[in-house]
Structures are given as C-alpha cells and as structure tokens.
Design a binder for this molecule. Structure first.
Ligand SMILES: [Zn+2]
Ligand SMILES: [Zn+2]
Length: 328
C-alpha cells in the first residue's frame, strides 16, 4: 500500500504522495510546516486550515482540494480521510483504506493539551506510520501548565528589573499555543514578530481567539510585555535595540541544552516517549513504520512486544536541512 521513493512516501493504489519532498501530481499534506508542505506540486489535498496557511506561505493560487476532518474521499482504488493530529492548526493524520487494510500516516503529532487545535484522534489501523522525533525515554515532557507558569514567573522577574523578555517560538503552532495560553492565564501584553502575527490572523479566521499581539517597536528599548519571535529572527535588526534583555527557547530540545539562550522551557508540539508508545498501543497496529526520526530504542521496545518495525531513514536527511528554516 505504501512505499518510499525519491519523491517521498507513495501510495501506489491511490496514486498519490504524502508530504512529498519533490514535485508530483497529487500531494496529500499532513500539515503546513515547511518540512511537510512544499511548493511545486500540481495538486494538493489537505484540511481547510492547512490550505489557508499554505496559501499564505507558498502561493495564493495553489490548486488545493480542501477536505475536512473525518470526511472520506476516493483516490484511485483507496479511501482516504483526515483525522486530527493535535500538532498545529489543521494538522491531520492521513487514513488510507485499501483491500480491507488500513494505514495511518501521522505526520507530526502530540497528545499534550493545546488550546489552538483539536486533540489527537486515535484511529485503529493495521499499519501505523509514526513520526519519532523524540523517540527516546529521556524525553518525557513536564506538565504544560507548569511550564507556562515558569514562563510567566521568568517574565515577571525580568519586568520588575526593566529587562526585556524575548522568547523564541516557531511561528506556526508553538507561538499561537503560547500566546493564547499566556493571555488567558495572565492577561499580559504580548509583542510578536510579523511572521507570527501573519499566522495569528489565519488562526483567528478559523475561530481561534485571544491571539491579539502588538508590533515590536523599532524605537523603544524596553517593551512591557512578553516578546515572541521565531528562532530564525534571533539576529534580526528588529530586536537588536531591545537592551537589556533575557532570552529563552521553547522546545522539547530544551531538555538537552538551551543553545545560545539564557533559559529553556520544555514546550513541544511532538509526542514524548510515553505518548509515542501509548499512541502506538492504542492504534493496535501490528506494523509500525518510523519516519521523521531514527528511533532505534523505539524499534527495540516495539519488537519486544511483537510489533514489526520498518525504519524509513531516507527522510532523516531532508528533515535536518529544513529544520533550520525560520518558517517552521
Ligand atoms: Zn510539524
Ligand atoms: Zn515535521
């Protein structure tokens, strides 16, 4: 039903690719992050939310067939449907039914709470193609609300000392999850980079409230609120004048180190080790394919439970290159 090709993950009986790396006729897209939704495909199929983001980021005139969650469509000899992945707005697992077999391709996903998108919707299947970005028992996420409280306390301390609080978040998904939660819990002003404000507008159009932010002043050296910018804009001239400042990253990788930041908060839009295993078990799949991450430990764990694991390493290289993109 599925095979890996140079273009990407291919469903032969349906004659379409999922999140293809290279140009093709029909691309089924899990979500709008740059390492999944690329330019150059003749036709796209994705959720309406993903379509809005792709039109804004890639091209207003893309040929897209929008398909809502839980609706089925016929592609070649297969039946395809989209089911929420809980990763970012519009993110979907792709369910493919063919010859009495069901495969589910997750794209990126998480099980932790996110007020900006519906939660992960478990689909029973025979073949489960899972991302495995954090497939290591050392990655166990702390509670979301505890991390949010830590961010607020960090900001409050800086604020009292007239120090700017600059927080780095990916502009699609992470930033909105943080902004909405902080606003609703603490009602403090939020200043955001233009790339984030553009995505906020799309979220608002799709019914996600409390994402209002202020633009970052080019004159004032101190901003009395949380300043949210994408990691790719770290060296941007728009924030150079914000002195003194403290910086923080918001990522699952903050469990390892905080690279060139003063602080790290563990906020991830991916499943941690426990949630990867919980999810795989809940799908009752007998065959698991791991993409977007290597996961030798996950393979060993699942093999011991009698689950067959295939590793599509080919995606690893491509992932690494695009992860650096500021447009994630
Ligand atoms: Zn993603
Ligand atoms: Zn990804």
């Amino acid at each position: 039903m599925l095979k890996m090709t140079d273009i990407g993950l291919f469903c032969e009986p349906g004659n379409f690719y999922i999140d293809p790396l290279n140009p093709c006729d029909t691309a089924v897209i899990t979500h709008a992050h740059a390492d999944h939704a690329r330019a150059g495909m003749k036709n796209y199929i994705c959720t309406p939310e993903t379509a809005s983001i792709m039109r804004s980021r890639i091209d207003q005139n893309l040929s897209i067939k929008e398909t809502k969650y839980n609706q089925s469509l016929r592609l070649g000899k297969t039946t395809v449907s989209f089911h929420s992945a809980g990763h970012v707005l519009g993110s979907a697992q792709i369910k493919i039914q063919f010859n009495k077999k069901t495969a589910v391709i997750t794209g990126d996903y998480k099980r932790a709470f996110d007020p900006t998108c519906p939660s992960f919707d478990v689909q029973k299947c025979d073949i489960f193609v899972s991302e495995a970005t954090f497939a290591n028992p050392k990655y166990i996420w702390p509670s979301f609300s505890d991390e949010i409280e830590k961010i607020y306390k960090w900001y409050e301390h800086n604020y009292k000392n007239k120090i700017n609080s600059i927080i780095y978040c990916y502009s699609l998904g992470k930033a909105q999850r943080l902004i909405k939660t902080i606003k609703e819990a603490y009602n403090i002003p939020i200043y955001a980079h233009q790339a984030i404000r553009t995505i906020n507008k799309i979220y608002k159009k799709h019914g996600i409230s409390n994402l209002e932010t202020k633009t970052i002043s080019k004159i004032k050296s101190f901003l009395p609120g949380l300043i949210v910018i994408p990691p790719g804009a770290k060296k941007s001239k728009h924030i150079k004048h914000l002195i003194p400042n403290k910086t923080a990253m918001c990522s699952g990788w903050a469990l390892n180190n905080c690279r060139d930041c003063d602080m790290g908060f563990v906020l991830s839009d991916h499943a941690d080790w426990n949630d990867l295993i919980k999810t795989i078990e809940e799908t009752e799949a007998k065959e698991v394919v791991i993409i977007h991450g290597s996961g030798p430990l996950l393979r060993k764990y699942l093999n011991e439970k009698g689950i067959t694991v295939t590793n599509y390493n080919k995606f690893k290289q491509a992932e690494k290159t695009v992860q650096l993109s500021i447009f994630q």
